[in-house]
Design a protein around this ligand. Structure first.
Ligand code: NAD
Length: 547
């Protein structure tokens, strides 16, 4: 569903003084073209913004168009604050978004600073212009489903019922990921527009008129072993307990509502969507209390499903944290997805790596798909994913692909793509980035770093080391984010963007930045005591000192 006010960029004509600047400009345009509420600069995760306000946005655009390669643009929480003389090997853009000093890093302080126009939250990939639509998280969701399938259901979710909620920017990936894993998946969202948006891009097969119809469709598909994604416009805090009451036990249960933010994200079942929106300004304190109470009901139902034998997990939205604060003492009986399923991958710095065809030509992504299959013929996860994705994942905005690649593989692919840009195989340059939820890049004690082996969950040194290393490795854009809204005080992460423009200089940037970025990931996990990481460090000589 293209938004004509925010067209997707493309073509080979430069508006900036070089492809590096043009690339970052296109990525900024792209996050708005695929974002959830671009009129308000909101990209995803309720309040994740591309820029602080429109004046800041316009100045960023103007600066990217006019700056030279030997300058660096400084951005503080979505506002451009300086343009410094550096050198052509320095990052073009350096950002710090939403970093609030420890004692003050609370949701209420964040809202106040936001109201005063002093700060904005960049989400993980919104403020850093790396968001590529719901497809950005889709392989992560798919891999979680497949790990569950391997652990519990003989390797497939065919004939299984997955219950989840949230069809927003990230949660919207769930219906497609579930269907790709073979499941009959029911996705609940209070907002009819979100459900329609996911239906329009083909992620949802159908939006059911009510719960009875939704359950009929899902249970029939489960019985036939048929993959199906069904949307339902309702409040999850009503629907989950009702399904418990009916004695139906889904096989897998999770949630990806914007539960992290009790004011701007979650909608309590005591309010309509319109009422909750109005209360955000008029009575945020009551809304917060009502959201917390509704989340307690919502999570209690998830615990009931768990007791009845369902595989239940937290999908990274702080829902257990708020439930515990709302009185559900055993909310953390539900595991976090990172610890439950993905840590062996992160130990080898395997995580969500992505690339965007800046020309807008989908053929460029298809050629890179072929290159991935050629370079990594023995990587079962990646090969399976690329084949599935090319058949099932529609492009949103700039054609893009995500694949969970690790140390060495990311660098190898990026250098191969840079060569394809150089020799004209591709129509235009390609940008690379990765999710902030990456091995060395994130401290988030209730999501990424929960229950680390050595207890180092809350230490935020790693993303800071990562960002500084990326600057010294000549990355094109480097950012440090901390949480805003409900995530205030919960996380710190580092992000990076690189531009493969076919030059020799790009070879050097890609090589150093991607290799060092994943080296830090391996070192972080090896230092925490993970055997897979120590093995990876030794086999690939990543430079871990092993103390
Ligand atoms: P979003 O704000 O774009 O969408 C949230 C959706 O939740 C909205 O469509 C909203 O209508 C719906 N919702 C809110 N309360 C509801 C309720 N009670 N019942 C049913 N629906 C309700 O957010 P998003 O970008 O989709 O992110 C969702 C959550 O996932 C956030 O907390 C985000 O931080 C988290 N997240 C996790 C990962 C991960 O790696 N697992 C990645 C990105 C985001």
């Amino acid at each position: 569903m293209a938004n004509p006010r925010f067209p997707t960029p493309g073509g080979t004509t430069l508006r900036a003084k070089g492809w590096r600047q043009e690339a970052l400009l296109r990525l900024l345009e792209n996050v708005l073209s695929v974002g959830e509420d671009p009129d308000n600069l909101i990209v995803y995760a309720s309040l994740g913004r591309a820029a602080r306000n429109w004046a800041a946005h316009d100045r960023i655009v103007e600066t990217l168009k006019t700056m030279n390669e030997d300058q660096t643009l400084l951005i503080q929480s979505g506002k451009p604050v300086g343009l410094l003389k550096t050198h052509p090997q320095a990052p073009l853009v350096i950002m710090a978004n939403c970093n609030i000093v420890g004692q003050w890093a609370k949701a209420e302080v964040f809202y106040d600073l936001q109201e005063k126009g002093l700060i904005c939250w960049g989400g993980l990939t919104a403020g850093a212009w790396q968001y590529i639509g719901s497809q950005g998280v889709i392989q992560g969701t798919y891999e979680i489903f497949m790990r569950i399938a391997e652990k519990r259901f003989d390797g497939t979710l065919a004939g299984r019922f997955v219950l989840t909620a949230g069809l927003g920017g990230m949660g919207g990936s769930q219906p497609l990921a579930g269907r790709m894993a073979g499941a009959a998946i029911l996705c609940v969202d209070v907002d009819p527009e979100r459900a329609e948006k996911r239906k329009a891009i083909g992620y949802l097969d159908v939006v059911a008129p009510d719960l009875d119809a939704a359950l009929d469709m899902v249970l029939a598909a489960k019985a036939e072993g048929r993959a199906l994604s069904v949307g339902l416009v309702a409040n999850a805090a009503d629907v989950y307990p009702e399904i418990v009451r009916r004695g139906i036990v889904p096989d897998v249960v999770t949630d990806q509502t914007a539960a992290h933010d009790l004011v701007y994200g979650y909608v309590p079942n005591t309010r309509t969507l319109a009422e909750a929106r109005a209360m955000r300004k008029t009575d945020p304190a009551s809304l917060m209390a009502e959201s917390r109470a509704a989340i307690a009901v919502h999570v209690s139902a998830m615990l009931d499903f768990q007791k009845a034998g369902a595989e239940v997990f937290d999908n990274g939205n702080l829902i257990r944290t708020h439930a515990r604060d709302g009185g559900v003492a055993n909310a953390f009986d539900i595991p976090i997805f990172t610890e439950a399923y993905l840590r062996p991958l992160f130990s080898r710095a395997i995580g969500p790596f992505r690339w965007m065809a800046l020309s807008g030509d989908a053929e460029d992504i298809r050629k890179i798909d072929d290159k991935v299959l050629e370079l990594f013929p023995d990587d079962r996860i990646v090969g399976n994913w690329i084949r599935l994705a090319r058949d099932n994942v529609p492009f949103e905005g700039l054609p893009a692909r995500i694949a969970w690649l690790g140390h060495g593989a990311r660098t190898e692919l990026a250098l191969a793509v840079n060569a394809m840009v150089r020799d004209g195989t591709l129509m235009g340059p390609v940008a690379f980035s990765r999710d902030h939820l990456d091995a060395g890049a994130m401290a988030h004690p209730n999501i990424m770093t929960e229950k680390m082996k050595d207890g180092s969950d809350a230490i935020a040194d790693w993303p800071l080391i990562d960002a500084m290393t990326l600057c010294s490795s000549m990355a094109d854009l480097v950012v440090v984010h901390s949480g805003g809204g409900g995530y205030a005080g919960f996380m710190t992460s580092a992000g990076v963007t690189l531009v493969a423009d076919g030059t020799d200089a790009a070879d050097r940037r890609l090589d150093l930045s991607l290799t060092n970025d994943t080296s830090i990931g391996v070192i972080r996990y090896a230092d925490a005591g993970y055997a897979e990481a120590a093995d990876e460090a030794e086999r690939k000589a990543v430079g871990w000192l092993g103390l």
